[in-house]
Write a protein that binds this ligand. Sequence first.
Ligand code: CA
Length: 407
Amino acid sequence: MTLSTSWVDGAAGSLFDLDNLPYGVFSTRDDGARRVGVRIGDHVLDLATVAEVGDPASALAAVWRTPSLNAFMAMGPEQWTVARDWITEVLRDELHAERTSPHLHRLDAVELHLPIEIGDYVDFYASLQHASNVGRMFRPDQEPLLPNWKHLPVGYHGRSGTVVPSGTDIVRPCGQRKAPTEDSPTFGPSRRLDIEAELGFVVGVGSTLGQRVGTDAFADHTFGVVGLNDWSARDIQAWEYVPLGPFLGKSFATSISHWVTPLAALDAAWTDLPGQDPEPLDYLRVERRSGLDIEVEVLLNDIVVSRPPYSSMYWSPAQMLAHTTANGASVRTGDLWGSGTISGGEPEQRGSFLELSWGGAEPFTVFGVERSFLEDGDTVTLRYTAPGTSGGRIALGEVTGRVLPAT
Ligand code: CA
């Protein structure tokens, strides 16, 4: 065993070793209180209980005994580092094994919950390939990209109250649908239910109203990342979105992973952006190495149907945060922003079924069956991996959901 692996059974060399350590919120059958845990291998460590053994008055223990990550996230980067160093020590040095082991719970023996009390939720549109593909389908007689797209990260405010944890069933939404060939709209279940494979970013430390967050302050405010599926009803969306943007076609549900991967675990994942032309305005300037090398898999009923590369994203997460506050709007602990659908340049790298089936016109085949939009009973799972700081790979939180019939 090297110094960078854990004594916990099954953790060493796995996707959840000491170079990962994502945070979540869990409860057990014996203790229904929701509290903060950290994942190591296939276990979750009850952080508050272990911290209190060493220091009954531990400030970290106090915030870990709460039912969301918010109080911990609000402590800021210095305490995030203190916590990560302490957890790493406890799970690395076998001296701690005897007193720590009783507070490790097998993942299959705990219930995982929404990890964050979500503040405001913003969703961006940061993939050039996705925006171009959607533009071609939604506005076939115009340029695929609207004139603003390469000058600012386009986004909209979503509904934070319907952000749900991985595993939550998704009821097919009803709404107004009107195909271009129909004279008038009808109300009923969406016929074009879809997913959007995204990454979500979580604000740890809020900002002050009236003060911009510069691109260089990204890590001072951002706690970590989650897997995110922006469920989308394309027929409702296409009819309602002009001129004010997405509304009911998106707001029925957004799923995020149970696990929040701290930025520190992504130190080895930073990579060059694909390139921005024209050069952005000053407040959006970033170092070239502001992109993230994260590989995504989209699974439909356990079959991989797409592999979108996050490294292809045009706008960086630091630019999205800077743009959110460019007008002086403040962000708060627990705010969440989605990257927008991750779509690469190849057909098998598209992060939505709208694109994979080209608006339903070119169905794709899964085990000999033609598929386009989601059917009742379908399960979609998004998986993410990134380079870890120890030279291997880490997994980010996966996000899954099953489609139930409309009610
Ligand atoms: Ca989206």
